[in-house]
Design a protein around this ligand. Structure first.
Ligand SMILES: Cc1cc2nc3c(=O)[nH]c(=O)nc-3n(C[C@H](O)[C@H](O)[C@H](O)COP(=O)(O)OP(=O)(O)OC[C@H]3O[C@@H](n4cnc5c(N)ncnc54)[C@H](O)[C@@H]3O)c2cc1C
Length: 381
């Protein structure tokens, strides 16, 4: 009789759910243990009096990556959820009243840039095409690969690629080579904040973030970003995955450097051939694994910043807002310094406003508008 292959996944975030589908389709009997009473982790949802808020992720970043994953699961993304294409990725507002609507519509973007700085549209095209080439290069050879030791990473080929990807240059310094206007410089660099980094410190490699958005465009999935979680959840259940909520894993059992099973909060032990920990890596090493050396090393690292998020339902409508809105204050550089150096919030902060009703009226009962305000601030680690 064939031996049953078993897998346990810790955490029903979007990563854990997706991994569960791959494993189930490879013949594993998969159980996902989630400490919360709901799925999704940082891509979950809050519904209050008919107002629907995405918790965590709101922007459908890098649609091609999603597409690749869906296709590897044998699904066409357009077949499984309805969505609204977002012609304006986001509006970027500045204190002096300047507005740049970042859009994958080249002509519209170019005409806005030309009005602010004549000649900047040609340079923007260069930044975008080079950034997108680097994005593809990094995705294919760097970000989608595991490096198990330093020797695998430090190769002549990788060194050449890291130079091509401009890891030796600061992002803002690189963009200043193209644009004189500070608003345009900020518009092409603030995306570092997506990954909790300061554009004045981060490498120019991150010019690929804006380039990927402007090249691939973006969508708003029906039901918000949680719509994607829900769709994957349905697929996982159809593939036979079992989800257990309100069940924190408190320990991963190992024997001779091999995983054997997990201990649950209720005291029971569950064995499995494969354990996938989808919770935060430092937490997994510190709290769940017996490996003290790695945990100590991870704890000494500097972590990216977090965010303060306010969920508001308003009576008043603000038609001037787009679906995604970024407000960059005149104290933008100081904001970043306060966050990254002093771990505090500025009196005049930069922030992001998500207004999903712009694309989806079902996000709120009539005449009430759900806004999500996200202040950028540091919580370290
Ligand atoms: C404020 C904010 C805004 C963001 N905006 C965007 C965006 O616009 N676009 C975008 O693409 N990304 C965005 N992100 C990032 C994105 O949300 C995350 O990268 C993604 O959701 C992470 O998914 P994950 O499955 O890897 O981890 P998580 O979502 O963190 O899932 C981990 C799960 O493990 C569970 N867990 C932890 N410990 C245990 C345990 N011991 N036992 C059982 N369960 C456990 C947790 O409860 C959680 O459900 C944002 C993140 C934040 C915080």
């Amino acid at each position: 009789m064939p031996v049953e292959k078993t897998a346990i996944i810790i955490g029903a975030g979007i990563g854990g759910i997706t991994t569960s589908i791959y494993l189930a389709r490879q013949g594993y009997k998969v159980t996902v243990y989630e400490k919360n009473s709901f799925p999704g982790g940082r891509c979950s949802q809050l519904i209050r009096d008919g107002h629907r808020f995405d918790l965590g992720a709101t922007i459908y970043l890098m649609p091609e990556v999603y597409k690749k994953i869906f296709e590897s699961l044998g699904i066409k993304s357009e077949d499984i959820f309805n969505y609204t294409p977002l012609s304006t990725l986001y509006n970027i507002y500045f204190d002096d009243g300047t507005l740049i609507a970042f859009t994958s519509d080249k002509e519209r973007l170019n005409s806005q840039l030309e009005k602010i700085e004549p000649g900047s549209s040609v340079k923007a095209e260069k930044v975008i095409s080079e950034g997108y080439r680097n994005f593809k290069l990094a995705m294919d050879h760097l970000l989608s690969r595991n490096f198990y030791n330093l020797f695998q990473f430090v190769t002549f080929r990788n060194a050449e690629m890291l130079i091509r990807l401009k890891t030796h240059l600061r992002h803002t310094a690189y963009i200043r080579r193209f644009f004189k206007n500070e608003h345009i410089q900020k518009a092409f660099t603030f995306q570092n904040i997506y990954v909790g980094q300061n554009p004045y410190q981060a490498p120019a490699l991150f010019s690929m973030l804006a380039a990927a958005e402007l090249t691939e465009g973006s969508i708003f999935p029906e039901g918000g970003m949680f719509g994607v979680t829900q769709m994957l959840l349905t697929l996982a259940r159809e593939s036979g995955v079992r989800f257990v909520y309100n069940e924190p894993v408190i320990k991963i059992l190992t024997e001779k450097h091999k995983v054997k099973g997990v201990v649950l909060h209720n005291g029971s032990t569950v064995k499995a051939n494969v354990i996938v920990a989808n919770a935060d890596l430092p937490y997994v090493y510190r709290e769940l694994l017996p490996e003290r050396n790695i945990s100590g090393r991870l704890d000494r690292k500097t972590y990216s910043c977090s965010a303060i998020v306010l969920h508001w339902a308003l009576k008043k409508q603000y038609p001037q807002l787009s679906h995604h809105n970024v407000f960059l204050s005149s104290a933008y550089k100081e904001n970043l310094k306060e966050i990254f150096r002093h771990q505090s919030l500025s009196n005049h902060p930069s922030f992001y406003v998500h207004s999903p009703v712009r694309s989806d009226v079902s996000a709120a009962p009539r005449a009430r508008i759900p806004y999500r305000l996200l202040f950028l601030r540091a919580i370290c680690p």
